[in-house]
Design a binder for this molecule. Sequence first.
Ligand SMILES: *Cc1c(COP(=O)(O)O)cnc(C)c1O
Length: 397
Amino acid sequence: MSLSQGRQYLAIPGPSVMPDRVLQAMHQPAPNIYEGGLIELTKRLIPDLKNVARTEGHAAIYICNGHGAWEAAIANVLAPGDKVLVLATGRFCEGWGEMARNLGVEIDTLNFGRQGTIDLDQVRAHLKSDPHGKIKAVMAVHVDTSTSVKNDIDALRKTIDASDHHALLMVDCIASLGCDEFLMDEWGVDIMVTACQKGLMTPPGLGFVFFSDRAAAARNAMKRVSSYWDWKPRINPELYYEYFCGTAPTHHLLGLNEALTMISEEGLDHVWRRHSQIAQAVWAACEAWGNGGPMKLNIENPALRSNAVTAITIGAPYGKQLRRWTEHEAGLTLGIGLNMSTPDDPNGDGYFRIGHMGHVNAHMIMGTLGSIQAGLIALNIPHGPGGLEAAAHVLAK
Ligand SMILES: *Cc1c(COP(=O)(O)O)cnc(C)c1O
C-alpha cells in the first residue's frame, strides 16, 4: 500500500524546499515597480545578499537560473579569443567551460574525474606553463552538485598567487552558497555566481553575480558587453528598472527577501553548522547501510564532501528502483545520478543523490533517511544494519 499521501518532500539538489514563510511573502498582489516598498526592499536586500557571500564587493541580480548567471559572468570579463583554465570536478564546471567556449573563449581543461578534487600541483604546473599570462581567468566550482565534491577555493587562490599568475578566479557557488562555508573576500575570489533556488530557498528564477574591484576593472577594459548581461548599470542604477534591465522580478524579490531574513535570524554561522551536522547524519546512515551492501558514498574523504548534497553509488538498477519506491510509496523524491554514467550503466540507474540544502532540519532528514531504509527493505537491496541509529547519534551530538 502506498503511504505517499501527506506533504511531498523534494530532496533533490535544487530546487530545494521552499519555506512556508517564503511562499507566504510571495502571496501578494502585484506591487508597484515605480515607487514605494519594493524599491526600498531591493535596496535593503543587496547588503543581505553580500553578507551571505561574505563580500564587500558588488552584487548584480539577474532574472535567470544558474546557467544565466554563468553567462552573465562570462559576458562581463571574457571576449572571443580570451583564454580560461577550467578545473573540472564533475558536470558543472565542464558545463560552464563549454558555455565560455561557445562564446568564442579558448578553454584549457584539467579534468579531475568524478571522485576527485582539484589537484593544485597540476594547476600550478599549468599556470607556470603560461608565462605570458594568456590565461585570463581560472574557472572552478565550489561544490560540484553531480559528484558532491567540495573544492578548497582558498587553497586554489593561494596556488594561483604562488604561481605569480594574474588570472581572475571565477567560482560557481550555485549549490553551496548558504550551505557550505564560503568567504568570498577572505579567499580572494574575483567573481562568484549563484542562483536563488538552492541554499537561498527561493523558487528558481534569480541568478546573482558577485564581483571584486579587480573584476570590475576587467569589465571596464572590455570592448563591448551585451546590454542585458552588463553588470555595470545593475550595481549602480539611476532608475529602478536598471537593476534588472527591465521589469523587476517582483515576487521573487519578495520571496528572496524573506529567505535572507530567515538566514540572518538564524545566523549564517549557524546555518553552516546545521548543514554540516545534517550532512554528517546522512553520511553516517549511508556508511552503515554500505557495511553489508552495495551502497557507497561517491566522495570517500569526508573533508572533501559537500554539506549541501550527497552523491551515492548503489549499483544498477537499485538507484532507479529506490528513487521510484521512495517517490511512489513514501512521498519522497530523491535526486537522480547526474553524469555518473559508466559503460555498464549508461542511464545512471545505479546512482542517486540526496539534496540537503537550505530549509532542512533534523526531522526532515530523519524522514528522508527512514524512507530510504524502508525502500531498501521493500526492494530487498542488501544493506547493513544501524543506518538510522547512526544518523540519530550524529543529530543527538
Ligand atoms: C544547479 C547548479 C547549476 C545550474 O543551475 P541552473 O539553475 O539549473 O541553471 C550550476 N552549477 C551548480 C554547481 C549547480 O548546483
